[in-house]
Design a protein around this ligand. Structure first.
Ligand SMILES: Nc1ncnc2c1ncn2[C@@H]1O[C@H](COP(=O)(O)OP(=O)(O)OP(=O)(O)O)[C@@H](O)[C@H]1O
Ligand SMILES: [Mg+2]
Length: 414
């Protein structure tokens, strides 16, 4: 049964419509004599279709259609028009009415068909609009996914290229490193030799030493050599990290004690940590995890050093022993639902909303030039992913916690 609201001020016309529709047991007709009464009626009871006259005491013409479609867009409208009102009827359809009927040509057959089709058409249009909206959304999602794929493809290429370059750099780097060591040794010998030169007794030698600023050269040389060695070590670090981008899967798996791994990483990082932060352990008894402990240690090291940097940002660099450092790094382990959960928490400066979406991007860093490569977290997340694990981050201005989750069941390695 289709519920029809008839809005018609002329009782004779209303009677006629009801009479025509009553013959069919398809319609249940309610009657309102004005637009306001019609709107009230629609508010109080659901309705499948409105049949509205375009001349009402409180509103006239196309405005009636506009008011109804605006207030009840889900209800189809058929309008009743007088003689010679074709223009008005077409305008009504443009504004959203489904059909029109001329009052002086009304008959039961045409009216019933018009109303039934109006309801069907309205439903179909509604479905089409919904389908279009969901297609548009799918299209947007597809475009996003495509962009991400392109981005990942680019990153994979950059990763491969970088690993190749890193490999190339590594070879000259190894002799640069060893030559620097030799130079340091040669310099020491030269220094010893120069100290024995009888400068006072030989004015030419003395003059040459002054002109060539030999005293300054001798003083500066060790610093220059040490700086060069630091630079070489840094290049070595970068190459090492870049190479990790392309390593496939984890080959050497052993059953490792994660608590022991964490403690040993803290010991290795102790020099960087000791003045900045107090380490607070909360370690549960854990079953062994099948993993590559070296790789996981590298992840722990990255997270610990990031925490130290965040603490330095907040409280400044301690540099020497203080009774109780302000920094805190909490290391917690748990076994939960067949997984090992590791949380590394700090009370550093936190990660801002602008920075957070980028922290896992390769080469993204907020640290000063030369301090961070921005590879720490991207390499870490890669290692965690290759262990079938997850890495999550929660942050606030009070600090940050990185949570690592690894399944205990034997991971399927790629
Ligand atoms: N615990 C943390 N607290 C605050 N910020 C953090 C923390 N961990 C990471 N970040 C932010 O994420 C950025 C990216 O970290 P990531 O470890 O990838 O690179 P990095 O530490 O800058 O350099 P690298 O680790 O290569 O030396 C950091 O520059 C920092 O802004
Ligand atoms: Mg880092």
């Amino acid at each position: 049964m289709t519920r029809v609201l008839l809005i018609e001020d002329n009782p004779a016309d209303a009677r006629l419509v009801r009479h025509l529709l009553d013959g069919e047991s398809l319609f249940e007709v309610r009657w309102a004599k004005s637009l306001a009464e019609g709107l009230q009626n629609l508010e109080s009871q659901p309705c499948d279709l409105v049949l509205a006259d375009l001349h009402l005491p409180d509103c006239d013409g196309i405005t009636i259609v506009e008011c109804l479609t605006q207030a009840y867009p889900e209800v189809p409208i058929v309008v009743l028009t007088g003689q010679l009102q074709d223009g008005l009827a077409e305008e009504a359809i443009q504004k959203g009415a489904e059909d029109y009927q001329e009052k002086d040509k009304l008959n039961d057959h045409c009216l019933s068909r018009s109303l039934r089709y109006a309801v069907q058409r309205h439903q179909l249009n509604h479905q089409i609009r919904q389908t279009c909206a969901s297609l548009e959304q799918s299209n947007r999602q597809l475009k996003d996914a495509q962009m991400k794929l392109v981005q990942q493809e680019k990153l994979a290429t950059v990763g491969q290229l970088s690993a190749g370059i890193a490999h190339e750099i590594n070879n000259p780097l190894s002799y640069l490193k060893s030559n620097l060591k030799t130079l340091q040794n040669y310099f020491q010998r030269l220094n010893e030799f120069c100290a024995l030169l009888p400068l006072q007794d030989c004015p030419e030698l003395k003059e040459a030493a002054r002109r060539l600023k030999i005293a300054l050269v001798m003083e500066d040389c060790p610093d220059v050599l040490t700086e060069s060695q630091d630079g070489v070590t840094r290049i070595e670090d970068i190459c090492q990290n870049l190479k990790l981008f392309t390593y496939q899967g984890i080959q050497e798996r052993v059953a490792a004690d994660i608590n022991a791994c964490l403690k040993s990483t803290v010991r290795v990082a102790w020099n960087a940590l000791k003045y900045q932060a107090k380490i607070e352990y909360d370690l549960a008894e854990l079953p062994p995890l099948l993993c590559s402990p070296q790789k996981l240690n590298q992840v722990f090291m990255n997270l610990l050093l990031n925490s130290v940097h965040a603490i330095e940002e907040k409280y400044g660099q301690a540099g020497q022993k203080v009774a109780e450092p302000q920094g805190r790094i909490g290391i917690q382990t748990r076994e939960q639902n067949g997984q090992i959960v590791i949380a590394i928490e700090d009370n550093g400066n936190g990660i801002s909303d602008e920075v957070l979406p980028h922290i896992f991007d390769p080469f993204y860093t907020t640290k000063a030039a030369g301090v961070g490569t921005g590879l720490g977290l991207s390499v870490s997340s890669d290692i965690v992913r290759k262990h079938q694990g997850h890495i999550d981050v929660r942050t606030s201005p009070q600090g940050t916690v990185f949570t690592l989750t690894f399944p205990l069941a034997e991971p399927v390695l790629n």
